[in-house]
Write a protein that binds this ligand. Sequence first.
Ligand SMILES: Nc1ncnc2c1ncn2[C@@H]1O[C@H](COP(=O)(O)OP(=O)(O)OP(=O)(O)O)[C@@H](O)[C@H]1O
Ligand SMILES: [Mg+2]
Length: 262
Amino acid sequence: MATTLARAADGTETATHAARIEHVSKSFPGPAGQQLVLDDITLDVAPGEFVTLLGASGCGKSTLLNLVAGLDRPSAGEISTGGRPALMFQEHALFPWLTAGKNIELALKLRGVPKPERRAKTEELLELVRLKGAYGKRVHELSGGMRQRVALARALAQESKLLLMDEPFAALDAITRDVLHDELTRIWRETQLSVLFVTHNVREAVRLAERVVLLSSRPGRIAREWRVDIPQPRRIEDTAVAELSVEITEELRGEIRRHGQH
Ligand SMILES: Nc1ncnc2c1ncn2[C@@H]1O[C@H](COP(=O)(O)OP(=O)(O)OP(=O)(O)O)[C@@H](O)[C@H]1O
Ligand SMILES: [Mg+2]
């Protein structure tokens, strides 16, 4: 793996990036031989940066995120991250037989946090995601939005520098999603996490990110990227968010037309 550290003249080391994706390609075996899904992707996520990866369904967003997570290996190229990233998916993937609190504590246990410290740390994390008092709640007692908050708290429990999110709010209603956007922005700013967030929702991408990266389809390549300078906290209905979303949607439509999808 390539290094993610730069050594200054005084010997101190600082992270130069939270994730570095260099010339990454990925193929899967298909009925007509190898199918190229990702083609020569090069992308850095800076420390503390929030990047959204946007693209049509099937363009390879989840594949790329899985590669960054280390769940699969690229066919070509290199990926480096400064430590193991935390993950959050569309499905909350909480253990249903554990309470909200115990789901989070498990992540702390896996990280090696000593038992006496886990309860207090869990309460802190529940408070951070505004679920104070939910420690003893079973997963089935929680709403979809609350489950995603627990999943977020569990991801944060890993204390990774990089959070990988794959359409984590796609199954939620618009209002709940809106609230969670605000929470995620607040938590990102408080914790200075780096986030790589996958979505096919253009407004969501612009609402959240400092940089939006558009992937083309078949194979997935980086088509274009936009820096989003609109000040945070933003609202999804802000004029500036809407205007940039229109521009990006046009490009996305062009990509989809080029590849005959709808
Ligand atoms: N393990 C696998 N084996 C074979 N093909 C795969 C595998 N994983 C993904 N693919 C293929 O790679 C392509 C990209 O899939 P991927 O799940 O990354 O898309 P996506 O951009 O996340 O789509 P969506 O927005 O619908 O989630 C698809 O054609 C998919 O069928
Ligand atoms: Mg996907």
